[in-house]
Ligand binder design. Structure first.
Ligand SMILES: NC(=O)c1ccc[n+]([C@@H]2O[C@H](COP(=O)([O-])OP(=O)(O)OC[C@H]3O[C@@H](n4cnc5c(N)ncnc54)[C@H](O)[C@@H]3O)[C@@H](O)[C@H]2O)c1
Ligand SMILES: [Zn+2]
Ligand SMILES: [Zn+2]
Length: 341
């Protein structure tokens, strides 16, 4: 089978590898029909997370081609999506539906070393009953892919930002995760979502989802828009030192900063004294993907969260190098890429 490998920063190759076998009697093998590039894959591509070579990708939808004898809920031929984060499925942590709390070493992300990459012809999925969701016929590949990661992340970002009906929410960073966060904040009842991104065309995409674009320095713009009070919640879908500074500066006293962007390896100088005196809540989240499905699938299926307009480009898996170059440029034009094996 073919799998996409990042060899070094900026260098992507499509490699021939042996087909994966069943990862145990409770596992399954999926023939990938659609996969996608996430901002997290770009951390390898950009060299922020130097783990090379790495078979990448953690967003996949496809059909089951092999199941182990202990898989109860799925059969060969089923169309499924795969959680980007895997757990053992049997511990007290996984019983909550959150693989991040798995006591067997925490949530493991596909395409980050230990588990295979989803940007492949075939993907071995351990503990299939926990990691897979059957995809209804009326759900298209784009929506299914967003449920593997980005929409679950945006939704959880808003939940953990304590977004209440009527809230003013700021979203920093308008890649696919930020755009999903905008839509999730509105679905959670936000009255207005103020957005910042250096790329004007990405701000325009968020405005098309109902957001209000901030112009000029972010903190000043948020204070101006909130009569000097600050926002009820700030979702940081970038997690650079600069956006974390903006988040602490833009949140109101008693408000919540919800970080889902993946920060680099260097520590961030947390402005702890100011946050303490202002009663700021800080939450950081790797999305508990499986636990979001019972909420998000009906919201998507019944049109309460729109999943269109996030994928902008489609490439063949064989052209993965071009796909990475397109999305890593972070233009207004190319927001998220779908790849077909
Ligand atoms: N926590 C999780 O479970 C989870 C899941 C998926 C992705 N992520 C992370 O979320 C982040 C976003 O992912 P994405 O796919 O949207 O990536 P992306 O790279 O497409 O988007 C990042 C956006 O941030 C913008 N940006 C850069 N500097 C900025 C600044 N100073 N202020 C405002 N915006 C700025 C960029 O222009 C870009 O539009 C990544 O760090 C990714 O690793 C986390
Ligand atoms: Zn991801
Ligand atoms: Zn577990």
């Amino acid at each position: 089978m073919r799998t996409v490998v990042i060899e070094s920063p900026g260098t992507v190759r499509v490699e021939e590898r042996p087909d994966p076998g069943l990862p145990g009697p409770d596992g399954a093998v999926i023939a990938v029909e659609a996969t996608a590039i996430c901002g997290s894959d770009l951390h390898f591509y950009d060299g922020d997370l130097p783990l090379f070579p790495v078979a990448v990708g953690h967003e996949a939808v496809g059909r089951i081609v092999e199941v182990g004898p202990d898989v109860r809920r799925f059969a060969v031929g089923d169309r499924v999506l795969v959680s980007s984060v895997a757990g053992c499925g049997a511990c007290a942590g996984c019983a909550t539906g959150d693989p991040v709390t798995c006591v067997q070493g925490g949530g493991k992300v596909f395409g980050a070393g230990e588990l295979g990459g989803a940007q492949s012809d075939l993907l071995a999925v351990p503990v299939a009953d926990f990691q897979l969701l059957g995809v209804p016929d009326d759900l298209d590949d784009e929506a299914a892919l967003l449920l593997t990661d980005n929409l679950a992340t945006g939704w959880t970002a808003a939940q953990r930002a304590d977004v209440r009906p009527g809230a003013t929410v700021v979203v920093l960073g308008l890649g696919a995760v930020g755009l999903c966060s905008v839509r999730a904040a509105y679905a959670a009842g936000a009255a207005r979502v103020l957005v910042a991104d250096p790329v004007a065309g990405r701000r325009d995409r968020a405005v098309a989802s109902g957001a209000v674009a901030l112009e000029g320095p972010t903190v000043e713009a948020v204070l101006a828009a909130t009569d000097g009070r600050g926002a009820d919640a700030v979702i940081d879908a970038v997690a650079l030192d600069a956006t974390l500074d903006d988040a602490f500066g833009a949140v109101r006293a008693g408000g919540t900063v919800s970080v889902v962007g993946v920060h680099g390896l260097a520590p961030y100088p947390l402005p702890i004294l100011g946050a303490l005196f202002r009663n700021v809540t800080l939450r950081m989240t790797t999305a508990p993907i499986q636990s979001t499905w019972s909420t998000l699938l009906p919201l998507v299926q019944h049109g309460r969260i729109d999943t269109t307009g996030i994928f902008t480009h489609e490439f063949a898996l064989a052209d993965a190098a071009d796909a990475y170059a397109a999305v890593a440029a972070r233009t207004a034009d190319c927001l998220k890429v779908l790849m077909k094996p």
